[in-house]
Write a protein that binds this ligand. Structure first.
Ligand SMILES: C[S@@+](CC[C@H](N)C(=O)[O-])C[C@H]1O[C@@H](n2cnc3c(N)ncnc32)[C@H](O)[C@@H]1O
Length: 353
């Protein structure tokens, strides 16, 4: 299903800590890392102006601030077009000590604007879901993506922006490329291997920048074409091997965990478990830390077989069952439902006033 394994030349891999990194940036809660934001600045600072700059998924604006500062310092008369629902969603993993607990459905657009401050001069806001994006502003030179993580949204953005890519010039920046629960990103992008090439890898981080060599067709990126259920274990292995060639050695076991989740999701649960055992045998600190962290999320109930394996290896099976029961409990689901409903009602009331 894939064309021959491509031969790639990564232009830059590292933390993008350059002398011209902007100082005095606003402090904004972020899900992206510092090196990733410096990379965003580095790209925006060097953009040629041949096309627009688009960001999908700015959240509270931490990433946007670096893109906007890059535009400001480039001296070119441009703005970044940002697209987001700008609505809190309970369970999305954005709540933290920094931002506190929020109610589903409440807007964070005002917070976004306040966080950006004077940098808003370099930002055009578009509020709405990915499925509503209509792009009629011509060529796009830089496309920053931190919202599409699953096939329908990935297909949607690739379809919306495909014909706006400038061959040999446009760069697509995929946040969470290396974050293994988002394995749909590297899987989907492998379908474009003959027209894109990885050129930047951010370390530390999970972001990869891909240059567009040629535009793709909508049929290449339709939901059917990207359907993950059509994949075979051999195909997953060969695609993962190829992507791993661009990653630093220390990230490879972590990235491989994405192929394990992928195998699990196509029904190869036993094979997934065996592969995961092999990865845990490496006793890799980064892998263990990540699974420990993810065990606190709803992924635990989505991949119980895999998390059970993680806890078993640690001799903490009881903890697994306790966590599983809590995460799966009726009370927790009811609480989530109530907060969601309160969000909906408060939005409806605001609409009336
Ligand atoms: C991971 S956060 C972005 C973090 C941000 N880039 C940073 O550096 O801190 C994802 C953002 O994507 C937005 N998002 C996710 N799915 C979306 C969708 N289907 N349509 C529009 N926005 C979406 C969310 O509202 C959220 O603001």
């Amino acid at each position: 299903m894939n064309s021959a394994q491509p031969c790639w030349h990564v232009e830059r891999s590292g933390n993008f800590d350059d002398a011209d990194t902007p100082q005095n940036m606003p402090t904004i809660p972020a899900l992206s890392g510092e090196a990733e934001r410096r990379y965003y600045y580095w790209l925006a600072r060097r953009f040629s102006g041949k096309g627009a700059i688009v960001e999908i998924g700015p959240w509270l604006g931490a990433s946007t601030a670096y893109i906007a500062a890059g535009i400001r310092d480039s001296g070119l008369p441009a703005k970044v077009d940002v697209f987001d629902r700008f609505l809190w969603r309970v369970g999305a993993g954005w709540e933290s000590k920094e931002v506190g607990t929020r109610i589903s459905g409440e807007s964070f657009l005002d917070e976004f604007k306040a966080n950006l401050g004077a940098l808003m001069d370099f930002v055009d806001v578009h509020q709405g879901g990915i499925n509503k994006i209509l792009w009629e502003r011509g060529p796009v030179e830089l496309l920053f993506l931190d919202a599409p993580k699953r096939t329908p949204e990935i297909s949607r953005v690739l379809t919306t922006f495909g014909s706006s890519m400038i061959p040999g010039q446009s760069v697509m920046v995929w946040q969470d490329f290396v974050h293994f629960p988002s394995y749909a990103i590297p899987a989907s992008l492998s379908r474009l291997w003959d027209v894109i090439e990885p050129v930047h890898v951010v370390v530390p981080g999970s972001t990869v920048g891909l240059k567009v060599k040629q535009q793709w067709s909508n049929t290449q990126v339709s939901e059917e074409a990207l359907d993950l259920h059509q994949w075979t274990p051999d195909e997953i292995d060969s695609v993962w091997e190829q992507w791993m060639s661009i990653l630093p050695e220390k990230y490879r076991p972590l990235f491989r965990c994405g192929s394990v989740m992928f195998l699990h999701d196509i029904g190869k649960t036993q094979l997934a478990r065996e592969r995961l055992q092999g990865l845990f045998d490496l006793d890799d600190r980064i892998v263990n830390k990540k699974w420990e962290h993810l065990a606190k999320s709803s992924l635990l109930t989505r991949y119980p077989i895999l998390f059970q394996e993680f806890y078993r290896r640690q001799g903490r099976l009881e903890e697994f069952y306790r966590r599983y029961n809590v995460e799966n409990s009726l009370t927790k689901r009811i609480k989530r439902g109530i907060r969601h409903r309160i969000g909906q009602l408060s939005q409806a009331l605001k609409g009336r006033t």
